[in-house]
Design a protein around this ligand. Structure first.
Ligand code: FE2
Length: 276
């Protein structure tokens, strides 16, 4: 299990600098110091600026002109919750709002900052610095993607129906057996950090239930259909260490229409990839 369970948080987001999940690795610290990214250590101040997504000159002080690639524009914005934060059954408005604004929002802001730093690397940048930035880029990019999938598959009544019901029964014998697998997978992440994911494997069309840690351990070549955030920041405020109660609340709020829509899109994508 990863030792830093909330890398997207800044020290100003309700934590103290001594918290274990805010510690940077030696490699990250080296990157931050060498590139002057003090904000990554000291907080998110100044990370919210929006820059023009089109390529443009970033040299403002007489140095060589550099052009920001579109892929590293650093202008990602957060997606609002598709429901009122206080409308979920058994999940408090305070916790959902904090999760969305601080953890998900922090990942988006830090991804922007990392992209801006990556846009500045050049031939004289030490390879370990680039490696550290790429490590953080993957963490924050996946955190952004998975948080968006997580929040979007909540807001429903928890009653499973449609094509996913048929697919789960075919894959696991019964849908109850799958739910048991998903719950136990999630519970295994309790007290630590990670994601429990029902995924659609594009090359085989199979449903897979996986556990991923540190925002980076996802199933290659798959599309997430149902995403459950098992980082402690997702439940501790309401449930303390009672992760099983959070999992109950999660299942009570799943929007299975969203899951069915994702399944349909994944099936179509798989068919296109297979040339059908
Ligand atoms: Fe989270």
């Amino acid at each position: 299990m990863p030792t830093r369970d909330d890398p997207e948080l800044s020290p100003t987001a309700g934590k103290t600098p001594g918290d274990h999940d805010l510690l940077l690795t030696r490699r990250e610290a080296l990157a931050a110091i060498a590139l002057g990214t003090a904000a990554l250590v000291a907080g998110c101040s100044g990370l919210d600026r929006i820059i023009d997504p089109s390529p443009h000159d970033v040299s403002a002080s007489g140095g060589p002109a550099m052009t920001i690639p579109v892929a590293l524009a650093g202008n990602h914005t957060t997606i609002p919750l598709p429901y009122a934060a206080g409308s979920l059954n058994g999940l408090s408005e305070r916790m959902v709002t904090s999760h969305h604004e601080n953890n998900y929002g922090g990942a988006v802001r830090n991804l922007n900052r990392i992209e801006q730093e990556l846009a500045r690397v050049g031939a004289d940048t030490p390879p370990p610095i680039v490696a550290a930035l790429r490590d953080r880029e993957l963490t924050f990019r996946n955190s952004k993607t998975l948080h968006e999938a997580y929040f979007a598959n909540l807001g429903g009544n928890g009653r499973r129906s449609g094509a996913i019901e048929v697919e789960l029964a075919a894959a696991y014998g019964t849908t109850a057996r799958w739910e048991e697998q998903m719950r136990l997978t999630s519970l295994g992440l309790g007290g630590g950090s990670g994601w429990a994911i029902l995924a659609y494997e594009l090359d085989t069309g199979a449903l897979r239930t996986v556990a991923g840690g540190n925002h980076t351990q996802v199933l290659a070549g798959s599309v997430p259909l149902l995403v459950l955030d098992m980082y402690e920041h997702g439940y501790q405020m309401d449930f303390g260490a009672a992760a099983a109660k959070y999992i109950d609340a999660f299942f009570a709020n799943v929007n299975w229409d969203v899951v069915n829509h994702r399944l349909e899109r994944a099936r179509r994508a798989s068919a296109v990839l297979k040339g059908a």
